[in-house]
Ligand binder design. Structure first.
Ligand SMILES: C[S@@+](CC[C@H](N)C(=O)[O-])C[C@H]1O[C@@H](n2cnc3c(N)ncnc32)[C@H](O)[C@@H]1O
Length: 200
């Protein structure tokens, strides 16, 4: 709802027991794209600015990073951007209307490199099922990582979800919009990887 907006802010405080009402949240019925773990919003701010015909929601659990998104989003006058402080999986499971997203972006999720911590990684078979539920047919899942073993896991997970997803390509211009972490990796010469799957 429009009243979910905090005063003088693009941050929202919705009822976490209900699914989001995107037309009410954005004031129109344009397609909605979601970024999980949006960090300081480097990607989302530029991408939302370049695509005024779509709506964008950024989710981030660290409030300091979310406040940067809020400050910069307001400065840019982005009416198509909203930010939310919440745990990504909860949002996807309980608050995103099924079949509502046109795209889901996950860039440089925490890699949890130690094998005993791999179970904490965001992208796993349960996540693919949630992504399949949230995306509309033809909707796209985009991911990037610098971690070779996590990338292998992403490929395996979405290969294993082939009844819902088929490998696809990034739309023109998407890969040129870098995230904060990506710029750091690029500056250090660290290789990054990317992939896209399309909801059947
Ligand atoms: C490695 S950073 C990458 C940030 C940004 N995507 C980028 O590429 O610059 C991962 C981000 O995801 C956020 N994050 C990690 N797990 C999360 C979760 N379960 N729910 C929401 N945010 C999460 C972290 O706070 C952090 O800002």
């Amino acid at each position: 709802m429009a009243s979910d907006l905090l005063p003088d802010s693009i941050l929202i405080r919705p009822d976490i027991l209900c699914r989001l009402d995107f037309p009410a949240l954005f004031g129109n019925g344009a397609p909605v794209e979601l970024e999980l773990g949006a960090g300081d919003g480097s990607f989302l701010l530029r991408y939302a600015e370049a695509h005024p015909g779509s709506n964008f929601l950024g989710v981030e659990r660290l409030f300091g990073r979310l406040r940067k998104i809020d400050r910069k989003g307001r400065r840019l006058g982005l009416g198509n951007l909203r930010g939310l402080r919440l745990e990504a999986t909860y949002l996807l499971d309980w608050m995103i209307p099924p079949g509502s997203l046109s795209a889901l972006h996950v860039y440089f999720p925490d890699p949890w490199p130690k094998k005993r911590h791999h179970h904490r990684r965001l992208i796993n078979p349960a996540f693919a099922a949630l992504a399949a539920k949230a995306l509309r047919p033809g909707g796209r899942f985009h991911c990037r990582t610098d971690d070779a073993s996590y990338f292998e896991q992403m490929l395996e997970v979405f290969h294993g979800a082939s009844e819902h997803f088929v490998a696809g390509r990034e739309p023109e211009g998407l890969l040129e919009v870098k995230t904060d972490f990506e710029r750091l990796f690029n500056a250090e010469g660290i290789q990054t990887r990317h992939a896209t799957w399309v909801r059947r």
